[in-house]
Design a protein around this ligand. Structure first.
Ligand SMILES: N[C@@H](CCC(=O)N[C@@H](CS)C(=O)NCC(=O)O)C(=O)O
Length: 222
């Protein structure tokens, strides 16, 4: 099958970009990647990204925006599928991807906690969602069992952020989610997940959190 020329417009720390890169790597699709500075985007960015967000996939120079639209497109134009075959199981996967978006929002709020007063509440926002995820989790080692899926591609970047935050202060966010911790560990060791970011990701993410005025900077005395 001949594939179109693919170029991913990216930002180095973006978890949504990582979903697309993980999918490209899982499907072994050749692609180019261009990193842009979201604080100072190039003039052409608005023309390819109506929401002015990354990722954008240029498919033979035609832009496609929204990470899940990109992942599903890539999944459909390549052999095999990163979704279950059964329609109900596939729909449930999509529903848990939406739950992943909520968890990602909670992790973002937690990472950017501005003061002690909101720290506990923001931490609970993450822990409560992980506990709920654990209640419904039927998988292991991956979300659907033995096969890696797009749900895994969505959660892996979130677990990577949580791993960085754990390194900045000792908080076991998985204490009420015993099945989620090993799932996270499995994903963080998967080559497509490891290779979805640049080597400096952990350092760059920590620096960004610290420079954003987050309480995480104060907690480690920066
Ligand atoms: N729903 C979008 C979200 C993408 C998104 O929020 N990307 C962030 C970077 S991680 C962005 O481009 N933000 C720029 C902005 O909001 O101005 C998707 O799934 O692709």
């Amino acid at each position: 099958m001949s594939l179109p020329k693919l170029k991913l417009i990216s930002f180095s720390l973006c978890p949504f970009v990582q979903r697309s890169v993980i999918t490209l790597l899982e499907k072994e699709v050749p692609y180019e990647i261009e990193y842009i500075d979201l604080n100072n985007p190039p003039a052409w960015f608005h023309e390819v990204s109506p929401l002015e967000k990354v990722p954008v996939l240029l498919v033979d120079d035609q832009p496609l925006f929204e990470s899940m639209a990109i992942c599903e497109f890539l999944d459909e134009v390549t052999p095999g599928s990163l979704y279950p075959e059964d329609p109900f199981a596939r729909a449930k996967n999509r529903a848990w991807i939406e739950f992943g978006n909520e968890l990602l929002g909670a992790v973002f709020t937690y990472a950017n906690t501005p003061d002690e007063a909101t720290y506990k509440q923001n931490l609970m926002g993450v822990k409560d969602r992980l506990e709920t995820l654990d209640e419904f989790f039927e998988g292991g080692p991956y979300f659907n069992g033995d096969n890696f899926s797009l749900v895994d591609a969505v959660y892996a970047p979130i677990f990577r952020m949580l791993r960085c935050l754990e390194g900045m202060q000792a908080q076991d966010v998985y204490e009420d989610a015993p099945q989620i911790a090993p799932w996270a560990e499995t994903l963080l060791q998967r080559p497509s997940v490891i290779n979805a970011v640049q080597a400096s990701y952990n350092e760059d993410y920590c620096n960004r959190i610290q420079s954003s005025g987050s309480i995480f900077a104060q907690k480690i005395g920066v």
